[in-house]
Ligand binder design. Structure first.
Ligand code: TRP
Length: 344
């Protein structure tokens, strides 16, 4: 069996309104992984345009995600931070994967069904082919591990299916050119710590979302301390004090969400938070939550603001990152072209 050096890859779409769910569910986990892994973090602008993005806003949104990465503690010197469209190998490999993946596989993707909605005829072809581009992102670096949320697990399985079919279909040329018995690794999901599903602050049964019409439903990463405090103070609750066990908490979505957010920000478990706050009214718990949120999030929004004030600096980080990424991806793509029989 071929063994692949351990490498982590993940991506975030620059679609605006980066919020607490993106931070706790993804970016904060990316930061932690830097300790023990080689990491590549990508602003996936080509995925973003599978649904309409206003060109006047897209570049600002790309810089916003980049600023959030850096402000949260991702180190672009030790690891790789870049935007997808600057490394054309992603698009080239995606085309080859479009020819490996089967219509039936992609037709089963639940995210496509959700995002395309009732009128599938009007969805972009890119939205349908989205998972093949995601596989290209990951496999251009032959990444072994991808931190993903629940909603992306199916896409990661598809990445494995594509890798496996490529390895099988091209077995003889992979062997002929001396690439061992497997050219692509079967990438594993990385689940770091407890799953952090952050819900709307106005409705504990809905995920926190960039597109919710109510600004009060989400904490965005550029909110200043007063705004963070105001939104948590106005967050929906119920009239009961906090329970002392998870079963009772589970029946109260708004309470569970706030406890979960407190736990994730303070890096403890929901159990530990209940052990501290059982019996507290929200009038007492909320001030503690506000204090914790402001302490953890206000420095990030401050640093994001500072970084975004100098777009030239952010663009330079992305350019340097893209150069590093391309060095790896171009080697993979060169080999892939050889394997499929193209002339270089
Ligand atoms: N599809 C992912 C999302 O919407 C973003 C993404 C694109 C990604 N390429 C990736 C995540 C590669 C992990 C690895 O969240």
């Amino acid at each position: 069996m071929t063994t692949f050096p351990e490498r982590v890859f993940s991506g975030v779409q620059p679609t605006g309104n980066l919020h607490l769910g993106n931070y706790l569910g993804a970016i904060k986990k990316f930061v932690a992984l830097q300790e023990n892994h080689n990491c590549i973090y990508c602003v996936v602008d080509m995925h973003a345009i599978t649904t309409w993005q206003d060109p006047k806003e897209l570049s600002g949104n790309i810089r916003e995600v980049t600023a959030a990465f850096i402000a949260s503690g991702i180190d672009p010197e030790k690891h790789v931070v870049f935007n997808q469209s600057q490394v054309s190998e992603h698009a080239e490999l995606a085309w080859i994967f479009n020819c490996v993946a089967r219509m039936g596989w992609l037709s089963r993707m639940t995210q496509f069904k959700d995002k395309a909605g009732k009128d599938r005829e009007k969805a972009s072809v890119g939205l349908f082919a989205y998972p093949a581009l995601m596989a290209a992102d990951i496999l251009a670096y032959r990444a072994t591990h991808v931190p993903v949320g629940d909603d992306q697990k199916q896409h990661l399985e598809l990445t494995r299916d594509i890798a496996q079919k490529f390895n099988n279909d091209f077995r003889s040329s992979i062997d002929e050119y001396g690439y061992g018995d497997q050219f692509f690794p079967l990438t594993e999901p990385l689940i770091e710590g407890p799953a952090t599903r952050v819900m709307s602050l106005r409705d504990g049964s809905k995920k926190m979302s960039k597109s919710d019409p109510s600004d009060l439903s989400r904490i965005v990463l550029t909110d200043d301390r007063d705004t963070i405090a105001k939104k948590f103070r106005k967050a929906k609750t119920d009239p009961m004090p906090l329970p002392d066990n998870l079963d009772d908490l589970r029946a109260r979505p708004e309470a569970e969400n706030l406890v979960n957010i407190y736990a994730a920000l303070s890096e403890t478990s929901k159990e530990a938070v209940l052990a501290e706050f059982a019996g507290f009214e929200f009038s007492k718990f909320k001030p503690a939550l506000v204090e914790m949120a402001v302490e953890k999030l206000a420095p990030i929004s401050g640093e994001m603001q500072r970084l975004q004030a100098d777009p030239g600096h952010i663009d330079q980080i992305l350019k340097d990152g893209s150069d590093k990424a391309r060095e790896i991806a171009s080697i993979t793509l060169g080999a892939v072209k050889e394997i499929v029989g193209f002339i270089k």
